[in-house]
Design a protein around this ligand. Structure first.
Ligand code: HEM
Length: 184
């Protein structure tokens, strides 16, 4: 990857972070920021756009969220604690589940391997498979979108956008749980 030279305030705050025990060199910061910008910018921006889209289509959810934020401001002297905004968190998690900005990824087998399946699959010829034999070099396409809509994990309404699934006490992490954040 080409070196990206940054002159942003973020760059300077990383370089001048007084709490850091060890300092990164400018080369290290430059190398890391290339990845951070690519991985962090469009993913976050697109997820936020989906949040705004969802809210723009549901006045009741807008009102609920506005009320939650107003109450939190009033109760905490004008400070907002993200972890104490349950409806906002529910909307964000449901957006990440329903509209994943990284819909799929890939892995390449570094060696011959056997991939066990948590749920058996039936092939076109009618054979039931509980594992897949992988040859070295084979690419596996992993669908986050598919996982995020599995009814065995998310329930029968997996195909519905419903932020309340995160709030109504139901277990959204049944079956095989793999996600690093909120099982997503
Ligand atoms: C809503 C926001 C985000 C989403 C949906 C998202 C999604 C993902 C996904 C799906 C992966 C795994 C890709 C794979 O393994 O094939 C990933 C990896 C990564 N993300 Fe994010 N990401 C988000 C925000 C960010 C931000 C803000 C940063 C950095 C500031 C970031 C940095 C990274 C990095 C460095 C990796 C690679 C990790 C590794 O392979 O060890 N991401 N992200």
């Amino acid at each position: 990857m080409n070196k990206i030279t940054l002159s942003s305030s973020t760059f300077f705050s990383v370089r001048n972070n007084e709490k850091a025990k060890t300092k990164m060199s400018e080369d290290e910061i430059n190398s890391q920021f290339g990845m951070m910008i690519v991985a962090g910018e469009d993913t976050t921006a697109n997820s936020l756009v989906w949040v705004l889209y969802v809210l723009s289509r549901n006045k009741k959810w807008q009102d609920t969220l506005r009320q939650e934020i107003d109450n939190a401001y009033a109760e905490n002297n004008g400070k907002l604690d993200y972890d104490r905004l349950p409806f906002l968190n529910a909307i964000i998690k449901e957006v990440l589940r329903f509209y994943p900005t990284g819909p799929f990824t890939e892995r390449i087998a570094a060696a011959d391997a056997i991939l066990p399946l948590s749920i058996p699959i039936v092939t076109l010829s009618g054979k039931t498979l509980t594992e897949v034999k992988m040859k070295r070099g084979r690419t596996v396409v992993i669908s986050m979108t598919g996982y995020n809509r599995l009814s065995s994990v998310w329930g029968d309404d997996a195909d519905e956008f419903n932020p309340y699934r995160w709030l109504d006490g139901r277990d959204v992490m049944t079956g095989t749980t793999i996600g690093p954040y909120a099982n997503l």
